[in-house]
Design a protein around this ligand. Structure first.
Ligand SMILES: [Ca+2]
Ligand SMILES: [Ca+2]
Ligand SMILES: [Ca+2]
Ligand SMILES: [Ca+2]
Length: 319
C-alpha cells in the first residue's frame, strides 16, 4: 500500500485531507420535515422524510479542473499530481456552461460553522461536518443561483437511511476560517451520477465572515471506479473510455505498490481490451480495470468558488 500521505506538501494553496475510516456517516437523530411544495419543482412526497441537517450551505459559483501542473502532491516528490488535469480543456467549458445555465448546481453544506462575527476558535481545529450535494434550482431561474441567495432542493437519493448526505466527508475540521476535510472512500455526486474516489483531501478557505469561500481538492480515482462512472457534461462513454483510448492517460499513483499499471485499449475500436499489472502480468479483458491485481489510481484536482445558498428541502425527484 502506497503511503498516500507521505507528504502534505501542496503546490499553490492546496491543503490535505487525512484519510481515515469510511464514508457513510451516521446520525443519532435523523431529522424529519413537513412536506412542502416548491415552485418550479415537481415535488413528490419524500418517502424518507429527511431534512438536511441545520447548517450553512454554499453553491459553487465556479468549478474547474486545474491544469496538470497544479494540485496536490500525492507521492511527495515535490511535483503536483493531477494527471486528469489533462482533461481540463474537455471538462471545464461544460462545467462553466452548466453553472451558468443552472443545470448542474453543486452544493457544499457545512454543519458547525460559527455565526457572523470576528471570533475564531481559540485552540486548534474544531470538528465540523461537510457534505456535497447536487442541487436543483427551486425557481428555475439561473440568474439568481450564485448571487448569495440561491435556493435549491436535493433529491432524497442523496441522503442515507440516517438522513445524512451520502457524500458527507468522513472527517472535517475548522481552524480559523479554513475548513479541511478528508475521506478515503468518497463518492462525488455529479449530474451524471457518482464518481468514487479512494483518497480525497480538500480545503475551503472562507472569506468575508463565512459568506464566501474557495475550495481546492485533490482526489485519487481508481481505474475501476472510472470504468463505472460517466463524465459530467456532454462527453459520452465511461470516463475510462475517454481517458485511455482518447487521451492515453495511464494511472499515475501506485496504490498497491507493485509498480504502475497500464490500461490497454484496442486502437481500432477504442475499447479497453486488457491491463498490465505493475509486475508485467497481463490481465486480459474489458473488465480488467476491476481485477484485484489492478488497483492503481489517477490523481485529480478540482477548484471552486463558493457563495452562500439555501437548501429548502429534500424531494423525491431524480437528481
Ligand atoms: Ca507528486
Ligand atoms: Ca434559481
Ligand atoms: Ca500498482
Ligand atoms: Ca497491481
Amino acid at each position: 500500500m502506497i503511503v498516500l500521505w507521505g507528504s502534505r506538501r501542496w503546490v499553490v494553496t492546496w491543503l490535505a485531507w487525512v484519510v481515515a475510516g469510511s464514508s457513510g456517516c451516521t446520525s443519532d437523530s435523523p431529522q424529519k420535515r413537513d412536506h412542502d411544495q416548491w415552485p418550479g419543482i415537481d415535488a413528490a412526497p419524500d418517502p424518507t422524510e429527511c431534512a438536511v441537517e441545520d447548517g450553512t450551505t454554499f453553491v459553487f459559483s465556479g468549478l474547474e479542473v486545474p491544469s496538470e501542473g497544479e494540485g496536490r502532491d500525492f507521492n511527495g516528490d515535490g511535483t503536483p499530481d493531477n494527471i486528469l488535469g489533462r482533461l481540463a480543456p474537455a471538462i471545464n467549458p461544460g462545467w462553466e456552461e452548466s453553472v451558468a445555465r443552472g443545470s448542474a448546481m453543486y452544493l457544499l453544506h457545512v454543519t458547525g460553522l460559527p455565526g457572523p462575527g470576528p471570533e475564531t476558535p481559540a485552540y486548534g481545529p474544531t470538528p465540523v461536518e461537510l457534505a456535497w450535494y447536487f442541487g436543483t434550482d427551486v425557481d428555475e431561474d439561473a440568474a439568481n443561483n450564485t448571487k448569495g441567495d440561491g435556493h435549491f432542493v436535493v433529491s432524497a437519493a442523496q441522503l442515507d437511511v440516517n438522513c445524512d448526505g451520502i457524500a458527507k466527508f468522513d472527517q472535517a475540521t475548522l481552524e480559523g476560517d479554513v475548513l479541511t476535510a478528508s475521506d478515503d472512500d468518497w463518492d462525488i455526486i455529479f449530474s451524471t451520477g457518482t464518481i468514487p474516489f479512494v483518497d480525497v483531501l480538500a480545503q475551503i478557505e472562507f472569506e468575508d465572515g463565512f459568506t464566501e469561500g474557495k475550495l481546492e481538492a485533490g482526489l485519487i480515482a481508481t481505474a475501476c471506479g472510472l470504468s463505472q462512472s460517466y463524465f459530467p457534461g456532454h462527453t459520452t462513454g465511461t470516463i475510462l473510455d475517454q481517458v485511455v483510448p482518447a487521451f492515453d492517460i495511464q494511472p499515475d499513483i501506485d496504490i498497491d505498490g507493485d509498480g504502475l499499471e497500464t490500461i490497454v485499449a484496442n486502437t481500432k475500436t477504442g475499447i479497453i481490451s486488457g491491463c498490465v499489472d505493475g509486475d508485467g502480468t497481463k490481465v486480459p479483458g474489458n473488465d480488467c480495470p476491476c481485477h484485484p491485481r489492478i488497483a492503481d489510481g489517477y490523481s485529480w484536482a478540482i477548484r471552486g468558488k463558493l457563495v452562500r445558498a439555501h437548501i429548502d428541502g429534500v424531494v423525491n425527484v431524480p437528481r
